[in-house]
Write a protein that binds this ligand. Structure first.
Ligand SMILES: Cc1ncc(COP(=O)(O)O)c(C=O)c1O
Length: 379
């Protein structure tokens, strides 16, 4: 057994699923605001493309993927962010951004070198830390709090850490808070990257779930030493397909592509074709945004009536809520669970978040209303 891995906490969403099963077994109807895995149907055109692409003879797909997929992504990226990417050298398919983020440190970090720190936000998506951990990297957690508005600023990372950083992860719109990064800090991160020489990685899987200003992308601000991670999971309701794209600095993409052949990470051809259809269409994304806009409105109004304070943000399908009263998030979420409401305690996203819990807007609008009716009073 690998001793380092023994020290890792169980993956939070596995723990959440266990608790949910226990409540359902007691005959209670469950409203699951836990994992960010909505149930709205995937657009029919995407599903049809997948089915139509299953070949009679099935052979290994290439790591590089089909030109059709890379071109569809580059065209979308250019329409959305106004940045031209070479589908040949700057775009690489991945089997969901989770695996791409997990594997990246294995391709970039040499734990015997001094430059082997991975910087990541806390609270944040746990895979940034887990991937660093498996690669043998040191980690440095950027403490995000309501006081710093959950905004990462390179000026608040010690210069010795940035000098030794191999990878710095940023994630805006941010899971779990929905916060966006102001324009001046995108510039500041690109400048810090140039000065200190780390690889700047931007996890952008929520850029299409916006309900206020449209989120930006790192490659609008710089390309050298920069990578972005985009996903169809949240944008197109395709969590089950496992489809994402890594894009940016051509030298890094070439290196990562070579490593990914060894990892055995290549996207099946039917999924590539379905993904090309998804990147080429915006109407289903707009329709999804409208669904989440309505759920947000219902939940925000209902939580306000219950006296539950929210962190104000305008992206993602998450609501980051302050635990009412003196309770801590673990205790409060257990109490919600007794009422059939599954929520993620802030501690699932890193230490120091015990005053917060996250709601993923997964239940339907009617289920959101029913859950609010059942919500325990705050005091
Ligand atoms: C911030 C963040 N990044 C990446 C992912 C992984 O997405 P996927 O592997 O489905 O592309 C998630 C999933 O919840 C996430 O919340």
């Amino acid at each position: 057994m690998n001793e380092r891995i023994r020290r890792l906490a169980p993956y939070p969403m596995v723990e959440l699923a266990r608790r949910k099963r226990a409540v359902a077994a007691r005959g209670i109807t469950v409203f699951d605001f836990g994992t960010g895995d909505p149930r709205e149907p995937t657009d029919a055109r995407i599903r049809e493309a997948l089915v139509a692409s299953v070949p009679e003879v099935s052979q290994y797909p290439s790591v590089q993927g089909e030109a059709e997929l890379r071109e569809a992504f580059a065209a979308w990226y250019s329409r959305r962010f106004g940045v031209a990417l070479s589908p040949e050298t700057e775009v690489l398919p991945a089997r969901g951004s989770k695996e791409a983020m997990f594997h990246l440190p294995l391709a970039l970090v040499d734990p015997s070198e001094s430059r082997s720190i991975v910087v990541h936000p806390e609270p944040g998506y746990p895979v940034m830390e887990i991937g660093a951990f498996y690669s043998g990297a040191e980690t440095w957690r950027y403490p995000l709090t309501a006081d710093n508005r959950y905004v990462m600023d390179p000026a608040h990372v010690p210069a010795e850490v940035l000098d030794r950083a191999r990878i710095v992860w940023i994630n805006y719109p941010h899971n779990p808070t929905g916060q966006d990064l102001p324009e001046e800090l995108w510039h500041a991160w690109v400048e810090a990257r140039t000065r200190h020489g780390f690889v700047l990685c931007s996890d952008e899987c929520y850029t299409e779930l916006w309900f206020g200003d449209k989120p930006r992308s790192l490659l609008e601000f710089g390309r050298e030493g920069c990578l972005v991670f985009h996903s169809l999971s949240k944008r197109s309701g395709m969590t089950g397909y496992r489809s994402a794209i890594v894009a940016g600095d051509a030298e890094l993409i070439t290196h990562y592509k070579a490593c990914r052949a060894a990892f055995g990470q290549a996207m099946p051809i039917w999924e590539q074709r379905a993904s090309a259809v998804a990147w080429s269409d915006e109407s289903h994304v707009e329709a999804r945004r409208e669904v989440f806009r309505e759920k947000r409105a219902v939940m925000k109004a209902g939580l306000a009536r219950l006296g539950i304070e929210l962190f104000e943000s305008s992206s993602t399908f998450y609501l980051w809520c302050r635990v009412p009263g003196d309770s801590d998030a673990m205790v409060y979420c257990e109490r919600l669970l007794d009422h059939g409401i599954v929520a993620s305690p802030g501690g699932f996203f890193g230490a120091g978040n015990d005053a917060w819990f996250r709601l993923a807007l997964v239940p339907t609008v009617d289920e959101c209303r029913a859950a609010l009716d059942r919500w325990p009073a705050s005091v």
